[in-house]
Design a protein. Structure first.
Length: 343
């Protein structure tokens, strides 16, 4: 008798954003830039920060954001926390190098005596975490797990300082990014939401190429005077590369799945900014697939973004419908994507 290989399903989804949305006018006033320029250049309307924009007080940790999102995902799935067999977190901005944030989240959720994993990655990290978790489920090693993604980019932004003389390359990071967390409950059974995770693509493509983004970590041995900016980004290279890489992901996913583009009902495009998302969608030219985006309202929340998109998708997708999600990371030029189908 041939045993059927288990499938992985997104049984529940949950997200969390810290504090009220911060609009362009409020942020522009703090940074000393023009709000209309933010609208025109980025197309992002608002974002959320763990820090108070006026005082700089930090109100949330990444672990707390992730725990809130996980609580919502568990409630959405109807899965008892005692059934969780593993947890994996993707982030580029952990609360500390040690203990790893995933273990702090597990502690907040009351989870213990289970394997935990933390992936250090940027915008494709959530896809990497889902890929790892899907392997655990489809191999039969585990039947139920938590996949988390989140970032707290405001740790690099002190709103109490005078930023009027900051270089455009530094300001862009304050404008692009926001803080947030998202979680999915993965199961071997089509319970809860019943979204089947059909495939995950995860690939490094930047060999021999200069990084498009670099985030530094400093130890006490580095003198302050010798430290470069904590966050650096080649936004021009990103603008040029993301649409092309997104198209590569799309067609590679369709080919590996054996799906036709006309069979695609929803598209979850990369979420760098509102303007970049519009450009990517236009160049992909998938007029039959409905776009599912959130970055204009949430800002670029890094590893949380795919969960915000999936949460929106879950409210729209119907039986038998299919969706692809695409992600590009500029740090060393990684591309990723996933396919889901409502069973």
């Amino acid at each position: 008798m041939t045993l059927q290989r288990p499938e992985a399903h997104l049984a529940g989804l949950g997200t969390f954003l810290p504090g009220p949305p911060i609009g362009n006018a409020a942020l522009a006033g703090r940074l000393g830039v023009d709000a209309d320029w933010i609208d025109l250049f980025l197309g992002t309307d608002s974002r959320h920060f763990v820090r108070d924009l006026k005082t700089g007080e930090r109100r949330w940790s990444l672990a707390e954001l992730c725990a809130r999102a996980a609580d919502r995902a568990l409630a959405d799935s109807g899965v008892d926390p005692g059934r969780i067999e593993f947890a994996v977190l993707a982030t580029a901005t952990p609360d500390a190098l040690m203990p790893t944030t995933v273990n702090l989240v597990a502690d907040l959720l009351g989870l213990d005596q289970l394997p935990t994993y933390q992936l250090q990655s940027g915008c494709v990290g959530a896809m990497q975490a889902l890929d790892l978790a899907r392997g655990f489920i489809t191999s039969g090693r585990h039947r139920t797990g938590l996949v988390l993604g989140g970032d707290v980019c405001a740790k690099h932004f002190d709103p109490t300082l005078d930023h009027s003389e900051s270089a455009p390359g530094e300001l862009i990071n304050y404008l692009l990014f926001g803080d947030g967390a998202g979680t999915a409950v993965l199961t071997a059974e089509p319970t809860g939401r019943g979204l089947a995770l059909r495939h995950v693509l995860n690939r490094l493509t930047g060999a021999g190429r200069e990084p498009g983004q670099r985030v530094e970590w400093y130890g006490g041995a580095e003198p302050l005077a010798e430290r470069p900016p904590a966050v650096r980004e080649d936004y021009k290279a990103i603008e040029e590369s993301v649409p092309t890489m997104a198209a590569e992901i799309l067609w590679e996913l369709l080919d590996e799945l054996g799906w036709d583009a006309a069979q695609l009902d929803y598209l979850l495009p990369p979420q760098l900014s509102g303007r970049m998302t519009r450009r990517v969608v236009e160049q992909l030219g998938l007029h039959t697939a409905k776009e599912v985006s959130c970055v204009a309202e949430t800002g670029n929340t890094g590893n949380a973004l795919p969960f915000f998109q999936l949460e929106r998708l879950a409210a729209l997708i119907g039986p038998g419908q299919r969706a692809l999600a695409l992600a590009v990371e500029s740090s060393k030029w990684l591309k990723a994507g996933l396919a889901v189908e409502m069973v």
